[in-house]
Each structure stands twice: as C-alpha cells, then as structure tokens.
Design a protein around this ligand. Structure first.
Ligand code: DX5
Ligand code: ZN
Length: 222
C-alpha cells in the first residue's frame, strides 16, 4: 500500500533575513506543511526563533505551520505558539515530566498535538499517550542543527511506531538528514510526513528538490 506522503520543508535552512519570502517560495514550490524549528539553547544547543516570528510568518502562507518545539520547559509557551498561528504543535517527550498534560494543553487550544522522540528515546515512552496524539515525530538526527547525517538505526524505530499507531489517525513524521535516498528508507518503514531542510534549500531549486524527495518516498511507501 502506498500512503499519501507530505513534505514539510524546514525553514531552519532558509535565509533568515528573508523568512517571509522563503516561506512563500516553499509554499509555491509544493511544500505541504511549513516546518518551524524552535530552539531554546537549553533543551538543545542552539537558539532560533520564538512565537513572535511564527506570528509574523503566518500571513505568508495558508499551509499548515508545523511547529517543532525543542524547548524545556515547554508548557508555559504552548499558548503563545497557538495564538501565533501554529497548526501542529509538537513537544518533546524528553522536555518535561508531564507529557500527557502538555498534549492535553495543545488540544485544549484547538491545535493538533505532536510528540517528538530524540534518537536515544525508546518508542515505549509514548505507549500511553496515543489517544492524545495527532502526530509522532521521530528525530533521525540529534536535534539542534540542520545538515546532519541520518541515523540508520531510526528506521527500525519508525517501523515499530507505524505498528503501534495501527489504524489510528496519527501522522508519522521524520526529521533530520532526510534526502531522496533516506526518504525512501523512512517511507518504506512507514513514515508519511518528511521534514527536510538542507535537501530542500540547497542549490535553490526548491520545486525540483521537493519533487525528488516526494517521488522517492512515494515509490518506497509501505
Ligand atoms: C533539527 C531540526 C530539523 C532540521 C532538519 O534539530 O529539527 O528540522 O532543520 O534539517 P536537515 O533536513 O538539514 O537535516
Ligand atoms: Zn524539526
């Protein structure tokens, strides 16, 4: 079976001096979701943007803003990202002791709730929160930076999560080191949303780059 594959270009690899224009460009080039990486210099060793930038980008696209929060604590900031116009809000399972509460908070604000796992976190960490989820995000690199190499051991985790999700209406997203080659591995394992930063933005041929990832993943999709 081939499931519908969504491509979510990560604006972490965009020109930050022209972010609005870059968002419009990846929208026009066929990106399905706009992936926004929020980093705090505490949960991950890098700092990016906050809710003010998300709000400023909101008028530049009608496509879903897929906001990946790499911050701890996360609960105090969820409402600000919801108000800024995030459609999907993903928190890390490792970001705090009360994941179930964080996910309830996201849904109480009318947003889709995602949970992300860093490479070393076992999938069993989220076994009891599936009823609170719209999306699972498997980090295929250690979060913090674009342009890192895909960690091959993550394909097994993706496959196990695909089985755990079963018939539920939950998207399975992958993030980190995704290019046409690794996209095929992820899709074959059961991923259906592919985040890509460098592989979309490098060389400036956004439409061709997105299409290459989509074609490769769609062919391999299980
Ligand atoms: C990494 C971020 C990713 C990153 C992916 O911490 O969560 O979204 O932008 O970049 P690439 O595709 O270049 O690995
Ligand atoms: Zn991300």
């Amino acid at each position: 079976m081939s499931r519908d594959i969504l491509i979510a270009p990560s604006i972490l690899s965009a020109d930050f001096a022209r972010l609005g224009e870059e968002v419009r460009a990846i929208d026009a080039a066929g990106g399905d979701w706009i992936h926004v990486d929020v980093m705090d210099g505490h949960f991950v060793p890098n700092i990016t943007i906050g809710p003010g930038v998300v709000a400023a980008l909101r008028p530049h696209t009608k496509k879903p803003l897929d906001v990946h929060l790499m911050i701890a604590p996360v609960d105090p900031y969820i409402e600000a990202f919801a108000k800024a116009g995030a459609d999907v809000i993903t928190v890390h399972a490792e970001a705090g002791p009360h994941l179930d509460r964080s996910l309830q908070l996201v849904r109480s604000l009318g947003r889709k709730a995602g949970v992300s796992l860093t490479p070393s976190t076992h999938e069993s960490a989220i076994a009891h929160v599936f009823d609170r989820l719209d999306l699972v995000l498997v980090m295929t690199v250690n979060p913090g930076f674009g342009g890192q190499a895909f960690i091959p051991a993550m394909t097994e985790k993706i496959a196990r999560l695909r089985d755990m999700i079963g018939e539920r209406n939950i998207r399975l997203e992958v993030d980190g080191g995704v290019n046409p080659e690794t996209a095929a591995l992820c899709a074959a394992a059961g991923a259906d949303v592919l985040v890509a930063g460098n592989a979309v933005f490098s060389g400036g041929r956004y439409r061709e780059n997105i299409a290459a990832i989509r074609t490769s993943a769609t062919k391999a999709s299980r």
